[in-house]
Design a binder for this molecule. Structure first.
Ligand code: AMP
Length: 218
């Protein structure tokens, strides 16, 4: 299973990627998670990335491409993976294609998650996450059992610094300008399946499983 999850911020693709990764026992590769961890640990990558993330902008292509190149060398990748939040520009998609060709591999399917802007803003504003185990909650429709505390590891939940209203709007604009063109790019490669991302996590997951099975990669 070699999949890409594409879609605007707040669409829920990270949550779905996590579920699918647990179901099919393949790693979820989230460049956002890798970058946030680097920021948290204050590594040189983290220092470089922080200002872009906080401004709602994309981290430069060469930095992100290098992260993925290294991640794909890890021993858990040959059995497959779900890319969550990468690629986000045509340049990243081209670089990924080249990397995979070099190892004789291909992406099998791209799931494109779709949701109205209004609902995206609502989901992003209610999002809370665990800085320790990365579990994501939503105050409106997927709250933790105990307010402000992670169900999994009991750490205090936080709001991501880039989930503030002003940064949310910037990220949606960046998506439109830099990431949306990937829809036609992968449509042209006959890899794209649209997923209606409205409804509960459970409803959307059923659609994801059905798409993966239809694509004969599950
Ligand atoms: P995410 O968790 O996927 O929403 O990513 C959070 C932030 O990390 C984004 O707003 C970007 O600043 C940065 N980021 C994550 N993935 C990428 C990527 N593929 N290219 C550039 N920047 C990225």
């Amino acid at each position: 299973m070699r999949l890409i999850f594409l879609g605007p911020p707040g669409v829920g693709k990270g949550t779905q990627a996590q579920r699918l990764s647990e179901t099919y026992k393949v790693p979820k590769i989230s460049t956002g998670d890798i970058l946030r961890e680097a920021v948290h640990k204050n590594t040189s990558l983290g220092v470089k990335a922080k200002s872009f993330i906080d401004a709602g902008m994309l981290v430069p292509d060469d930095v992100v491409i290098e992260i993925v190149r290294e991640r794909l060398k890890e021993p858990d990748c040959p059995k497959g993976y779900i890319m969550d939040g990468f690629p986000r520009t045509i340049e990243q998609a081209e670089a990924l294609g080249k990397m995979l060709r070099e190892t004789g591999s291909v992406i099998q399917q791209v799931l494109n998650f779709q949701l109205s802007d209004e609902e995206l803003v609502r989901r992003l504003s209610g999002r809370r996450s665990c800085p320790h185990c990365q579990t994501v909650y939503n105050l409106a429709f997927n709250p933790p059992k105990q307010e402000g505390v992670c169900d999994q590891c009991k750490s205090p939940l936080v709001q991501r610094s880039d989930d503030e209203p002003r940064t949310i709007l910037k990220r949606l604009e960046v998506y439109q300008r830099q990431t949306r063109p990937l829809i036609s790019y992968y449509e042209g490669q006959k890899l794209l399946t649209n997923i209606n991302a409205a409804g509960s996590v459970e409803d959307v997951f059923k659609r994801v499983i059905s798409a993966v099975q239809k694509g004969k990669i599950g």
